[in-house]
Design a binder for this molecule. Sequence first.
Ligand code: ADE
Length: 225
Amino acid sequence: MRIDIISVAPDLLESPFNHSIIKRAKNKGLAEIIIHDLREYGLGNYKQIDDTQFGGGAGMVMMIEPIANCIKKLQVERSYDEIIYMTPDAKTLNQSTANTLSLKENILILTGHYKGIDQRVRDKYITKEISIGDYVLTGGELAAAVLVDAVVRLIPGVIGDEQSALTDSFQDNLLSPPVYTRPAEFEGMKVPEILLSGNFPKIDDWRSEKAFERTEQIRPDLLED
Ligand code: ADE
């Protein structure tokens, strides 16, 4: 999968993509992540990328020309399955969206700053808008990093133990059951007996039961779907 990201703060994206699973995915050739500095497409000597809003109001708006020029240049080289805009005023990211996106070949992600982007960019170029939660970040870079992490780890071959991604929380609309490792007893706190029993069908039942209980307590809304 190839992921292109358009950003006004490319430095912010350096670190998240150079660690652990994402790094491994890149090294294995399963994911290619290319960052494009929107400033390079800015207008005039000052490389302007934003301006005051029509109709008045606080905050600068990202202009359509630099973004359109950048997107058009990238589209000459390849067509994108999705052009995604990271913004708080969109549907919230969930596991199902991450699953769907992990099957795509080429994704372009646009990250916003300031008061947002000119609506005409959204109307003309954006095929999908994603928020990572009901709060406002300084810019879309960290949101894009969250999206890329959630998607890339699902690409077949990225995680060594395939089962591990499939049994994550949310894959079946349930939170994960509790997990334990050695020692079997710590300061009087014992690991549930069943997990030491070697009876794997029973262990599966126990895990399903605990996943359901946890979901009922913490995220009952997931059970409504
Ligand atoms: N940009 C700023 N806040 C955001 C959010 N919550 N989700 C996605 N992009 C954003």
